[in-house]
Design a binder for this molecule. Structure first.
Ligand code: HEM
Ligand code: HEM
Length: 415
């Protein structure tokens, strides 16, 4: 019975994966951007980045001259595009940044030192000296393919390792004025806006974005199928096929099989989640993480039932049952909440494949569980009514027998 279920779950998982637009992750730049970069004499390297940005560069190791062009669409009426280098690591705080601002009065090019204070959401202030020798810095709009482009030439200081350069970029959706860019959104693609590259060979040294997307997809699918499908199905079987409304012999084996499979898949997904969290150490999804740790801890405790469950005759078996059921139902709710948390992290765009797939599965399981619940209550009520009727019938029959008992002659032995 577990096998067809596992098969169905895998098929469902494959459907989600194939529907996921996140997997379409090409790293080649568009022809339009490549042509423009060529006109700027930047022909050596080009990378597609998150946020729909494209980054082209040319580096001469002898003179340490770095020519860069970063382009992206800026949809909002006021917005900004930033590109920078961070000598400390692939993250925001510490970045020496060049920013193009699209504000109400036109376009402006500014330089910023991004510090820890920026991460604490303090207002950014432009700075003339960001510790880099910069020439040809400009920000312009290309009408043909509606791109805003930052272009600059930098002489890379010796303190920057050209074979391990930390490149950071970002797009903000509002700017009050040229000198007042507003904080950018913090969805996953905005947080993924950094990488470490070898400027000389063009090699990407940090976590490959395609692999990261695949790992996230695997994490989501395993967690959803493990905690979000197997655990509730196992609970439904234990509730409705153990005794009421129907008693089936295999419910115990099925329940253990489902919960063990859910625990196994969920734990693998959980471990991948921890690993992903570790790989993106500059940001954390606190609620998702705390709920995840709770789920793993308490399901592990539930799994100890395999060995530690008291025997039927044990006096505290009733209390153990109460605790096992309470924890089990609570875990199903917490897992569903965390699955939606995960979906919120991964799915900020207009497509909601994850959300609707899981809502569909939840709806189906909810419909099955509530029909069985109603059915068991109806059956219970009818049984009770029938039992009451039978009792009344027996009572009336016995009183009728007493009433119609014939008078017996006195027993001489008793006198
Ligand atoms: C306009 C002012 C800015 C503010 C107030 C700001 C604020 C923040 C905050 C609060 C976070 C952490 C979000 C979280 O952990 O949930 C963050 C992350 C990030 N920001 Fe900014 N930011 C600003 C500008 C920039 C600029 C100009 C860049 C790029 C050059 C940038 C790149 C990043 C990146 C890559 C992250 C991901 C986490 C990390 O690497 O630390 N930000 N930002
Ligand atoms: C109950 C089920 C789930 C558990 C136990 C779980 C567990 C975790 C854990 C432990 C992390 C690391 C958090 C951190 O260190 O910041 C994480 C991150 C994440 N989870 Fe989940 N997760 C679950 C469901 C989901 C689902 C269904 C999705 C998506 C559909 C998802 C998407 C993500 C993403 C995108 C991250 C961030 C990865 C990164 O930092 O690169 N999770 N999850």
């Amino acid at each position: 019975m577990v096998c067809p279920l596992l098969y169905a779950a895998t098929v469902w998982a494959m459907v989600v994966i194939s529907l996921s637009p996140l997997l379409a992750n090409a790293h080649m730049c568009t022809d339009d951007f490549l042509n423009k970069a060529e006109k700027l004499n930047i022909t050596t390297n080009c990378n597609r980045c998150s946020l729909g940005a494209e980054f082209a560069w040319k580096f001469d190791n002898g003179s340490r001259q770095l020519d860069v062009a970063m382009g992206a669409r800026l949809e909002s009426p006021t917005a900004w595009l930033a590109w920078g280098l961070n000598p400390d690591g692939p993250h925001m705080a510490g970045t020496r940044s060049l920013m193009g601002v699209k504000h109400q009065a036109g376009l402006a090019a500014r330089k910023f030192n991004i510090t820890d204070a920026t991460k604490r959401r303090c207002q950014l202030r432009p700075s003339d000296d960001i510790g880099l020798n910069i020439t040809n810095f400009s920000f312009f709009y290309v009408h043909d393919f509606m791109y805003y482009i930052i272009h600059a030439t930098i002489i890379l200081p010796d303190t920057y390792n050209a074979s391990r350069a930390n490149v950071v970029w970002q797009i903000g959706e509002a700017a009050v004025a040229a000198d007042k860019p507003r904080m950018h959104p913090t969805s996953l693609d905005h947080l993924d806006a950094s990488q470490t590259i070898n400027l000389i060979t063009g090699e990407l040294l940090s976590f490959n974005p395609t692999q990261r997307t695949r790992m996230r997809t695997a994490h989501g699918v395993l967690n959803m199928v493990g905690w979000g499908i197997f655990l509730p199905i196992g609970a439904i079987v234990a509730r409705y096929l153990r005794c009421h409304p129907k008693k089936v012999a295999w419910w115990g084996a099925f329940h253990i099989g489902c919960q063990s499979m859910g625990y196994l898949l969920g734990s693998i997904g959980w471990a991948i989640g921890l690993w992903l969290g570790q790989a993106s150490e500059h940001y954390t999804f606190t609620t998702h993480r705390i709920l995840a740790i709770m789920i793993f801890t308490f399901t592990t405790i539930q799994m100890t039932a395999l060995r530690l469950k008291p025997k039927r005759a044990d006096e505290y078996r009733t209390y153990w049952n109460m605790y096992h059921h309470f924890l089990g139902y609570s875990l199903i709710v917490v897992a569903a909440v965390n699955i939606f948390q995960g979906i919120n992290i991964i799915e900020r765009g207009p497509h909601h494949h994850w959300r609707w797939s899981y809502v569909g599965v939840l709806g189906l399981m909810g419909a099955v569980a509530s029909s069985l619940e109603v059915y068991s209550w109806l059956k219970f009520r009818n049984n009770r009514k029938a039992a009451k009727k039978l009792k009344n019938l027996k009572r009336s029959q016995s009183s009728a027998t007493i009433l119609h008992q014939p008078h017996l002659p006195p027993n001489p032995l008793l006198n």
